[in-house]
Design a protein around this ligand. Sequence first.
Ligand code: PNS
Length: 161
Amino acid sequence: MSQKTAVYPGTFDPITNGHLSIVNRALKIFDKLVIAILNNPFKAPLFSLEERIDMIQKALKEKTNVEVDSFDGLLVDYVIKKKSNVILRGLRALSDFEYEFQMALMNRKLNREVQSIFLMTDYKWFYTSSTIIKEAASLGGDISGLVPALVNEKLKEKFGY
Ligand code: PNS
């Protein structure tokens, strides 16, 4: 039987427990997952690409069937390059839907062989996002339990406390 691989793309600045929940659930469906970090020079991430790769690798070090990689250019081209035809995305609130729908339709227009699939987030992570976690952390808020411990430490380092 051939291996079924899905590509889970995103900015992951930084990885959260919400992302990890999607990864763990996707591994119940797919044989292999490629976590693909967009290398976007126009976005100014808090963490460098190397830092983001390192944090994800450490958070998922027990998973042998997860690859952490970066990409630039079109996502659909990258998916084909990784010998996959699945883009995996997590969905939280309704507010995610419009953006995700637009992106899925554009990706479908660009390559009809590539399918987008969505996993609903666990209710525990409904309100979290990398952006809101960074904001709380930057103001000294306690974000433990929302990100892996090593990410919490890196956030504290970044914000100097
Ligand atoms: O975590 P994010 O920031 O919501 O992830 C967005 C991402 C990386 C999935 C999206 O920006 C993307 O796929 N960029 C690659 C460029 C591309 O293929 N664009 C055309 C389809 S919308």
